[in-house]
Design a protein around this ligand. Structure first.
Ligand code: GLU
Length: 313
């Protein structure tokens, strides 16, 4: 992972517009929120509050097989308890009915279908019958390493009715961006991941596709997320360009929390679940301080939600 610019927090004031920009907090309701999500939320709300941005909450429930309403209810409840209130598409109070307000992916089939159609009209979409296993055989790679799709079905003329899966051609393209924390980056999606899966064989929209279409539909200006998604950024920029995005999009990838043995925090880890810590009597300002301390942002025993801007000011 590239090292952060030592002064990145002080540089935000120059790098971000002074007001009127929009970012998003975009959790997937596939488990309970944990300290890692809180670190992401600290960056999202803190940067927005410090530099004139607004926060949109988007429920990333595109994968109907893994999302659960009880996780969504829990995450809304955790955000309310923490005092992290979104500015866009939120009801006036958290206790109100969210059904008509929250931006969510599960009811955006028409939006994704229209976007896919525009790529199709440009001759960029093809049906694909390759499974993950097929690809692993076609492209030997180490565990944890991303296989680059070799384009097997690109020329294979798979009949559209045979598979729901669709890929978008990613021709050679240099995706350059200046990460607000890590500095200048250059990605070459055609060499990193190859043609991108946008809908899988079960007709589920993929994360990569849904997030790009939504960031455009929601007028997102700044994407603030963990370093685990850094590798996705070039392909998302290329896809956004293919979808006709002209509005500039900035990125900040923050450090991830890890366990002492270096493993990633997951929704299954009970020791960092906000629910568990709440049940054990933790206060919001203590949890915010704990997340900020573990993210290397500030050493404090308590961090009121009203003080988040100070971390990035
Ligand atoms: N929904 C994604 C997650 O929970 C975040 C997507 C993004 O920030 O691009 O990891």
């Amino acid at each position: 992972m590239p090292s952060p610019h030592p002064d990145w927090r002080h540089r935000l004031a120059h790098a971000l517009p002074s007001t009127g920009w929009r970012t998003r907090f975009a959790p997937a309701p596939t488990g309970y929120l944990h300290l890692g999500h809180l670190v992401n939320a600290l960056h999202v709300w803190g940067m927005a509050r410090a530099h004139g941005g607004t926060v949109l909450l988007r429920i990333e429930d595109h994968d109907g097989t893994r999302c659960r309403p009880e996780y969504e209810a829990a995450l809304l409840d955790d955000l309310e308890w923490l005092g992290l209130h979104p500015d866009v598409y939120a009801p006036p109070t958290f206790r109100a009915d969210w059904s008509g307000h929250a931006a969510r992916q599960s009811n955006q089939h028409a939006r994704y279908a229209t976007a896919l159609e525009s790529l199709h009209a440009a001759g960029l979409v093809y049906p694909c019958r390759c499974t993950r296993r097929d690809i692993a055989i076609q492209v030997p790679h180490q565990p944890g390493e991303e296989p680059c799709y070799p384009g097997t079905c690109r020329e294979a003329s798979v009949p559209p009715g045979e598979s729901f899966a669709r890929r978008v051609r990613l021709d050679p393209f240099i995706a350059g961006f200046d990460d607000l924390r890590l500095g200048p980056m250059v990605h070459e999606p055609a060499r990193q991941c190859g043609d991108l899966l946008v809908r899988d064989r079960h007709a589920q929209w993929t994360y990569q596709f849904a997030v790009v279409v939504d960031d455009q539909a929601h007028d997102i200006d700044v994407v603030i997320r963990g370093e685990d998604l850094l590798a996705s950024t070039g392909r998302q920029l290329q896809l956004a360009a293919l979808l006709g995005r002209t509005r500039p999009l900035r990125f900040l990838h923050h450090a991830l929390l890890v366990h002492p043995d270096g493993s990633k925090l997951s929704k299954a880890t009970r020791d960092t679940s906000l629910r568990e810590m709440r049940a054990a009597g933790a206060r919001p300002e203590a949890l915010l301080a704990e997340a900020a301390r573990r993210a290397g942002l500030v050493q404090r025993d308590t961090l009121p939600v009203t003080a988040l801007a100070e971390l990035f000011g």
